[in-house]
Design a protein around this ligand. Structure first.
Ligand code: EPZ
Length: 421
């Protein structure tokens, strides 16, 4: 199992390039199931979760041409051979549930393993299933699998989500584009990844309006054709590197990103005393910081609020602020696993339900720590950059799920980080 060995204290400098968005690439790959034509996707990040999704699509019946290092993936699903997402794949990546909507829409049925829990919470897919039922699918559950059936096709309907769900919105959007008649999705997620998916579907011939707002209207069409689409930049990867600059106080340029997707982070960092400037449409520059970081409370919210996927990284930053800050996690019920590991490095954090109270500034020291989930692992990397001495992070396959060559990108910017077997 790979480890990262990080020597803290070396200043960062230069630029870090951002890859395509994992959370936009995953639904885009699933959307290729909706047509028998060829779909060409560019800027696909070469991370584990993408390879898992590609394996799943091949099992379902897609032909995929994805060079090991190329960011271009060419998919063609002439026929759905097996409308299934087996447990052994779903248990490693719950985003496999994104094939539910496309399979029911294209093949009239789907058999998808229930995701089971994951480190950060129960993460059920009940809203996905309720939405599909509103569109006319018959849903049953047995042996840990969901069976969804719509032999006579799906019918447009009003789908109101009890709670905002990103992949739930994406699943229903992909089902609705081939449903008969109009579908109105209310309380829809507004994340940029949902908007990117709508742009791809529209290029494929779907009739969608309202993406990026809470109400998305879809006029179903009888079939979709192929398209070529470039995935948006990964705002969470970009935000992680912005925080890397803020925590080390270095001047750092993050290139190839979309600053308009990071307004909540940039505003919060300004409150904390870190100045981030946009130097052009795709570049953010973290200004060198001379003064201390100030504590700034943060609450995670659905987009455009502060992203839950940057909560762990922000907590690492707040260990370096002079004073008490409170981080509130409103999206997931168990997303503070990084706190224990940060405490082993010398952070002073008290957990109280959905809140973490961080008392900074802590002089962090390197330690052996274990990664638990994708973003928690990123927060340990950030803490290790400013910790005194050596940190060894075990189980970095968690990081490889969502960050493309993070150790190479950070090393190129001056960090002392190497991957060890
Ligand atoms: C997406 O997960 C992202 N994953 C997550 O990123 C991200 O943390 C999350 O959205 C929130 O922004 C992908 O896009 C592949 P939700 P998703 O449905 O769609 C509850 C990462 O690190 N819920 O918006 O699964 C759920 O338990 C990952 O890249 C139900 O109860 O999240 C959670 O508490 C981690 N029933 C809340 O809603 C449902 O049917 C929001 O979940 C669906 C969700």
């Amino acid at each position: 199992m790979d480890k990262f060995v990080i020597e803290g204290g070396t200043p960062l400098h230069g630029t870090i390039p951002v890859s395509g968005s994992k959370n936009s690439a995953l639904p885009a790959l699933a959307a290729a199931l909706l047509t028998a034509d060829t779909v060409v996707l560019d800027r696909i990040p070469r991370v584990r979760d993408i390879r898992t999704m590609e394996r799943l699509l091949v099992d379902i019946g897609s032909e995929i041409d994805a060079g090991e290092n190329s960011e271009r993936v060419i998919l063609n699903t002439k026929k759905i051979v097996s409308p299934e997402a087996p447990y052994e794949l779903v248990k490693t990546m719950r985003a496999s549930s994104l094939v539910l909507g496309p399979l029911v829409a294209r093949a009239g049925r789907a058999r998808v393993s229930l995701p089971g829990g994951c480190a950060i919470g129960a993460r059920p897919i009940n809203f996905h299933l309720a939405g599909l039922e509103h569109l006319g699918a018959k849903i049953s559950q047995e042996h840990g699998y969901i069976e969804a059936e719509a032999a006579n096709g799906l019918k447009g309907a009003q789908v109101v989500f009890d709670r905002i769900t990103v992949t739930g919105t994406e699943d229903i959007l992909m089902a609705a584009v081939l449903a008969e008649g109009e579908t109105v999705i209310e309380n829809a997620a507004r994340e940029p990844e949902v908007v990117d998916l709508a742009h791809l579907l529209r290029k494929m011939g779907a009739q969608i309006e309202g993406e990026g707002t809470s109400v998305i209207r879809v006029q179903g069409v009888s079939s979709l054709h192929g398209a070529t689409h470039e995935i948006i930049a990964d705002r969470i990867e970009a935000g992680t590197f912005v925080i890397a600059g803020a925590i080390t106080g270095a001047e750092l340029c993050i290139t190839g990103c979309l600053p308009e997707h990071l307004t909540a982070l940039i505003a919060k960092l300004a409150e904390a005393g870190a100045t981030i400037t946009q130097t052009n449409d795709t570049t953010l520059r973290v200004e060198r910081r001379d003064g201390p970081l100030k504590p700034a409370d943060m609450i995670t919210e659905e987009y455009p609020g502060f992203p839950t996927d940057l909560q762990a990284q922000y907590m690492a930053l707040m260990t370096q602020a002079d004073g008490i800050s409170i981080v509130t996690e409103t999206i997931f019920e168990n997303r503070f696993m990084h706190a224990q590991e940060l405490m082993r490095m010398g952070a002073n954090i008290r957990l109280d339900g959905r809140q973490a109270i961080i008392a900074g500034r802590s002089r962090l020291t390197g330690a052996g720590v274990i990664a638990s989930d994708l973003r928690a692992s990123a927060s340990l990397v950030l803490a290790a950059l400013v910790a005194k001495g050596e940190t060894v992070i075990d189980r970095v396959y968690h990081i490889d799920r969502g960050y493309e060559k993070i150790e190479e990108k950070l090393s190129a910017a001056g960090a002392k980080i190497t991957r060890a077997e």
